[in-house]
Design a protein around this ligand. Structure first.
Ligand code: HEC
Length: 180
């Protein structure tokens, strides 16, 4: 929904309306805009979704804020064998590095090195598989036969429990929308 203020409010005939009428309409617009914490021309969706960016709200969730404790250069939880490509230290770094491929995994998890975090769908995404038991169980990437469900480490163990269903769905929707 767009609040276009004056242009959407039907004005009285311009030539007939005294200047004061415009001033008071502008005042109403400003008052309405500030009540809604919107600037003229900004959309309510922009405000609700943080500039309309689904990834920002995923990144800012309590659960995804924990990823940077380990997946960031110099993070306190960085250990040998951790996945090293992801950098969750900022929203933009996370957004950029999630478009890349997994690296640094050792032992049982080594079969997923080189695998893109994001696939064409949520079901085909290593990122989602690492956070959702069902997606993990069905994960099959013909280009990386070594990245079996057993090779994909369950990250909910690292963040203290499963993602809330709504947040998991938000993540899946974002991936299915092409991870904008
Ligand atoms: C306590 C440290 C820690 C936290 C917190 C953590 N990770 Fe990890 N992550 C690891 C380690 C270590 C590995 C290597 C495999 C393993 O041992 O789990 C890993 C592996 C991964 C992998 C590769 C999985 C595979 O086996 O192919 C992905 C994807 C991943 N993490 C995403 C995340 C996301 C997203 C978050 C936040 C929701 C997160 N991790 C939180 C430590 C962590």
């Amino acid at each position: 929904m767009t609040l276009n203020c004056i242009s959407r409010i039907s004005l009285p005939n311009r030539s007939a309306a005294p200047l004061g009428a415009y001033r008071s309409l502008a005042g109403i617009c400003l008052a309405a805009a500030s009540l809604l914490a919107l600037g003229c021309g900004e959309t309510i969706d922009d405000v609700l979704e943080g500039d309309g960016d689904a990834f920002t709200s995923i990144y800012e969730s309590e659960e995804f804020q924990t990823c940077s404790g380990c997946h960031a250069p110099g993070a306190p939880g960085r250990v040998d064998g951790i996945e090293t490509t992801q950098n969750w230290s900022t929203r933009d770094a996370a957004h950029t590095t999630l478009k890349r491929t997994a690296a640094g995994l050792i032992g049982n998890n080594a079969g997923c090195n080189g695998v893109p975090f994001l696939g064409a769908t949520a079901e085909q995404s290593l990122l989602v598989a690492s956070l959702d038991e069902d997606v993990r169980a069905g994960y099959d990437n013909p280009s990386f036969p070594g990245c079996t469900p057993d090779a994909i480490a369950d990250q909910t163990l690292k963040i203290g429990g499963p993602l809330p269903a709504a947040l998991l769905q938000q993540l899946k929707d974002w991936v299915n929308d092409g991870a904008p």
